[in-house]
Design a protein around this ligand. Sequence first.
Ligand SMILES: [Zn+2]
Length: 418
Amino acid sequence: MKHNYLLLLAACLCCLLFPLHTVSADAFDDRVHGLTEVTNVRVSDTEDKVRIVVDADTPVKIKKMVLSSPDRVVVDIQNAWLAKKAKKDMNFTSPFVSRLQVAQFDPKTVRVVVHTKVGSHNYNVFTLAEGSVPGRVVLDFGNLGPDTSGARIDFPGSGEKEEPVSAKQPEQEQADAPLEKEEPSKDSKKPERKPDANAVRISKTPSGAVFQPSGKEGGGELDELTSLKGRKIVLDPGHGGNDSGAIGPTGVMEKTVTLQVALELKRLLTEEGAIVCMTRTKDTEVSPRRSKASDVEELQARCDVANTEKADIFISIHMDSFSNTEAKGTTGYYFKSGSAKSRMLADRVRQGVIDQLGTTSRGTQTCAFYVVHHTDMPATLVELAFISNPGEERLMNSKVGVMKAAQGIADGIADYFG
Ligand SMILES: [Zn+2]
């Protein structure tokens, strides 16, 4: 009995010490049939927290446990297999997490092991799945409350730089970066920030009035007033499909907000006689290669829509995000060597959004985002508000927030053409 017990103990110890073994590649297809594929693991490591996002192609079922010596939070994703690129074993210098391992634990379990010393109030593990949205497990470690900004007073720049994976992970693939990521050849220098006082404020022209629903009844007379008739406008709802974009404190995804705003905006603009084309109208990638597209392929696919259509303007819609949940406000971006028209477009769209949503202005700024660089016409990327800010997340998760944001962009576009 004692001998058996020792053997069992040894086996358990082995599991605890070496929990991550890889199954052989034989009969691969048979083995993964009917299992969820864990497609990707993304990590952001900021002063406030380490966020680990595990993406899967269907909703997932997890089992969570805490192990000691060393202290680890273990999440088993059941009935799942691990894509090669999602396998991870990485070390951190973060005070919250020292190591992350993701591996196939047994033929039907993907195990995520986080070596951490934080207490139960400082970590949170949850799953996300809604409708066609694939499965996702989010693991947060750090200062998770809304009031965690004690150490830092202000936010340095666009949260879009925060979405990606930390620079501490050299093995991370380009494809994990967000869509509005700067081009691969660019360095990680933050875009120049201009104080709000320097932002050119444009007062709205009376043309905004034609966007009132009652304006439709004006018929031909209004057609003369509106400057939108016949304008070709391409709307690009940021992210989509496998790429959720930033995720808010309660789990609202950037890709959902951007699509809702773009759909409402299309309705408003079409009503005014504009010819509107969208890079996506569903929760999907734009590239025909879908989730298999590289970062640049996906970004270029969005530009191709506008360039092929020979659009008059290109509007990419995003939500900002930052580790400090107090960060808030609206930013208009245009390409750093972009035209004066791009700057004007960025500025008027930003101002239109602020006038409608009542958000703080973060100014009109230059950037090196791919989609505003590789489009041939005046182009802007607007960060409507911060999805990481609980109040702004709530606002943009509401119908009124979506409608106001769309109205604001429409007003800005009308001002631009006005
Ligand atoms: Zn975004």
